[in-house]
Ligand binder design. Structure first.
Ligand SMILES: Cc1cc2nc3c(=O)[nH]c(=O)nc-3n(C[C@H](O)[C@H](O)[C@H](O)COP(=O)(O)O)c2cc1C
Length: 326
């Protein structure tokens, strides 16, 4: 696939980002048919047979070779992920137009995917890892910024995009709290090529999230997203209500009696910084499945449309936002 050219043919420059538990072949197909790029993590398929089936369903719907609609798969490149080599073999069999790597060194994936003409994007949370990925020839960098669903970054996109743009003229994709057409336009104004949107797609008809999860997304605002490294070992963003349901305290009670007025004013500001205080070994709720992840973009989500309708809605917001400022 030719670098960057595919973006111009999209309805909107969005990658519906890969999400553990949530993404599936249906979501990928619906996204790519709606004019954006669908993706899913290989780890969502419990077995290699299931992964083979998903790939075959997707390629049957989206085509193969030069005529395929763009779609993507996310692979964890790490010795900690036992299936990494086998998943890569299946990727080479089905040749997704874009492969997204997480965690380790993407060098081998870059070499092999380039051989069949695919593009490789790597997700990064700082300049150090961006430079490493650039040095092995990735086509795109996915800058995971502050407020992202799943494992989050800490940097502001204002800072991160300009630092990376100075050293990289490939495709820059930005992830973190992007849930509206206005935000997509904003990251384009910063110099990015595409938006990486996860949380917004949890609340769609095609996602595998439960109704309880979708409902919690609809009801939450940014200040009800708690950042903690206690759930998985690295910083992730979690819906406060699901932490509470799992019996996990977010340690905000101390302000209640004596400083209630002050609390109302400052809690939304400081909640992001509060540490979650609990012993994970005593928690029986399953992370991801019962303890729900979401990014700070939850506040602008108020419906559970089909992916097709969502892309129309995002396009209308994007157009309106453009006419407001241009
Ligand atoms: C529930 C959930 C599961 C996720 N699982 C993965 C995953 O398996 N692999 C991955 O690379 N990123 C994963 N992510 C991160 C997303 O791909 C993406 O970086 C993030 O959703 C972008 O931020 P946003 O949610 O604020 O839009 C996950 C995010 C969420 C919300």
């Amino acid at each position: 696939m030719e670098n960057k050219n595919f973006i111009k043919k999209l309805r909107l420059p969005i990658i519906q980002s890969p999400m553990f538990i949530v993404s599936n072949a249906r979501l990928v197909i619906a996204s790519s048919k709606a004019g954006i790029v669908g993706s899913f993590p290989t780890a969502n398929c419990r077995t290699l047979e299931a992964l083979d089936e998903s790939f075959s369903e997707i390629t049957a719907a989206l085509g193969t070779g030069k005529d395929a609609l763009p779609w993507s798969v996310n692979i964890i490149v790490s010795k900690m992920y036992a299936r990494s080599n086998d998943d890569l073999d299946l990727i080479l069999k089905y040749k997704p137009p874009i492969v997204i790597t997480s965690l380790g060194n993407p060098k081998e994936v870059v070499e092999k995917v380039h051989e069949y003409g695919g593009l490789v994007f790597s997700d990064v949370i700082n300049l150090y890892h961006s430079k490493k990925a650039i040095s092995v020839g990735v086509d795109g960098l996915i800058l995971i910024c502050n407020g992202a669903g799943g494992h989050t970054g800490d940097l502001s996109p204002f800072a991160f995009v300009s630092e990376v743009r100075e050293i990289f003229d490939g495709i820059i994709i930005v992830g973190g709290s992007i849930s509206s057409g206005d935000s997509i336009l904003a990251i384009q104004a910063l110099g990015a090529d595409m938006a990486y949107m996860g949380t917004r797609f949890i609340a769609t008809q095609e996602s595998d999230a439960t109704d309880e999860y979708k409902e919690m997304i609809l009801n939450a605002t940014a200040s009800e997203i708690v950042k903690s490294n206690k759930i998985t070992g690295v910083n992730g963003n979690w819906l406060e209500q699901s932490l509470k349901n799992a019996g996990i305290s977010t340690k905000d009670g101390g302000f209640k009696k004596t400083l209630s007025d002050l609390k109302r004013m400052i809690m939304p500001l400081i909640k992001q910084k509060l540490k979650v205080d609990f012993d994970i070994s005593k928690v029986t709720a399953k992370r991801w499945r019962d303890i729900f992840s979401a990014g700070q973009g939850v506040g602008s989500i108020s419906n559970v449309p089909s992916v097709e309708d969502l892309v129309i809605e995002l396009e209308q917001q994007h157009t309106k936002s453009k006419s407001r400022i241009l």
